[in-house]
Design a protein around this ligand. Structure first.
Ligand code: ATP
Length: 359
């Protein structure tokens, strides 16, 4: 069992590029942490510093209270699954799973029992005699995960392990990894650029951008209380809508749109200035509500998805998406009213992009 502490961790590559800035995080024993952010934000670099594959330029990394900056990956008690499965092509599934244990000189009977157990958990029992080239992408990925968890390490690191799989396999493997984590309780750090993976798997999510941590929190905290425009737009699908506007007194106006709303109804302390007015596509009602804005709109495009319909409208110079029940959806080019609850509005300062302070 392991808890991890990252204290002011920085990575400056030999070419002078500062890839990670003052990363601070305490990870509790058995926690499932997801690093999420767009390509190049520094999530793999941070994971590789934790793994011991990349030197920590500045800061302290502690495992169970003990400084581990200089420890090798093996001394850290870490297993890692990469995006490329890195299986041994000439070995069978059985031997790929057994490889680490064989190297450690573990008894053959013990190895067999562990391989059979892991193969059972991962649905690989029927494929133990096959070589990797005779497996599907999903099956290969399961072997890679199996090879890592068979060693029963305390810390399990995964770098975009599902990115080579198709959409359906990703959904299946997502829940399998969650199940495996439930049964092993290994402290897990999982890197992805996919917010759905982050939201569905994590105990806590670390959102990164340009080498800086933007926000750390549970999926609920990030969804309901994003600290800035980036987190608001990154978490949630379709993303949060943002409309540029101006606050003057209690009013918010939108440059090209005739809508003028009473901003004092929101939960924020107001000050005159430019803001982004944010709301989530799913947080609107097509029927009148008591505590909400009534907004008139024109449907420029509708997308029927089965369980919901996305309606595209233009507000100010911004395209806005509304997610509604298909039975309530207007037709394309139809004018309609929708209702936005006051407490579902987010206001962000236009310059700093931080959420405004609440009352
Ligand atoms: P991706 O999802 O594309 O893997 P990432 O968030 O994991 O992105 P990193 O791989 O951590 O990003 O890279 C962070 C930044 O550091 C990038 O701008 C990358 O170009 C840079 N970088 C990575 N490795 C090196 C290196 N060896 N030398 C210099 N810069 C590097």
């Amino acid at each position: 069992m392991s808890n991890l502490v990252l204290k002011d961790i920085n990575k400056i590559y030999p070419n002078g590029f500062h890839a990670v800035h003052n990363f601070n995080l305490e990870i509790k024993d058995g926690e499932f942490i997801v690093f999420v952010g767009p390509s190049g934000c520094g999530k793999s670099t941070t994971l590789r510093m934790i793994a011991g594959l990349e030197e920590i330029s500045k800061g302290d990394f502690l495992i169970n209270g003990e400084r581990a900056n200089e420890k090798s990956p093996v001394e850290r008690g870490i297993a890692m699954v990469f995006q490329s499965y890195a299986l041994y092509p000439h070995l069978t599934v059985y031997d790929n799973l057994a490889f680490g244990l064989t190297l450690e000189g573990v008894d053959e009977d013990v190895i067999d029992e562990k391989v059979q157990r892991i193969a059972g958990i991962l649905g690989l029992t029927d494929y133990l005699d096959r070589k990797p080239k005779a497996l599907s992408g999903g099956q290969r990925q399961r072997v890679a995960v199996g090879r890592a968890i068979i060693r029963q390490v305390d810390i399990f690191l995964m770098d975009e392990p599902l990115s080579n799989l198709d959409a359906k396999q990703r959904v299946t493997m997502r829940s399998e990894i969650t199940q495996i984590h439930r049964s092993t309780h290994a402290t897990t750090i999982y890197v992805t650029h996919d917010q759905t993976e982050a939201m569905t798997m994590a105990d806590r999510i670390v959102v990164m951008k340009d080498g800086y941590v933007q926000q750390i929190g549970t999926p609920e905290e990030l969804y309901f209380n994003p600290c800035n425009l980036f987190v608001g737009g990154f978490i949630g699908e379709p993303p949060m809508n943002f409309i540029t506007g101006k606050i003057k007194g209690n009013d918010i106006t939108f440059d090209k749109n005739s809508n003028k709303l009473d901003a004092s109804k929101t939960r924020y302390k107001l000050a005159d200035g430019d803001v982004y007015f944010g709301f989530r596509p799913e947080n609107i009602s097509m029927k009148p509500i008591e505590n909400g804005y009534k907004i008139h709109a024109l449907a420029t495009l509708t997308e029927m998805l089965g369980d919901s319909t996305n309606i595209y409208i233009e507000m100010d110079q911004d395209t806005v998406i509304l997610k509604v029940d298909p039975h309530d959806a207007p037709k394309m080019d139809e004018e309609f009213d929708f209702y936005l609850p006051y407490d579902k509005v987010y206001l962000f300062d236009k310059e700093s992009e931080n959420v405004l302070k609440e009352k």
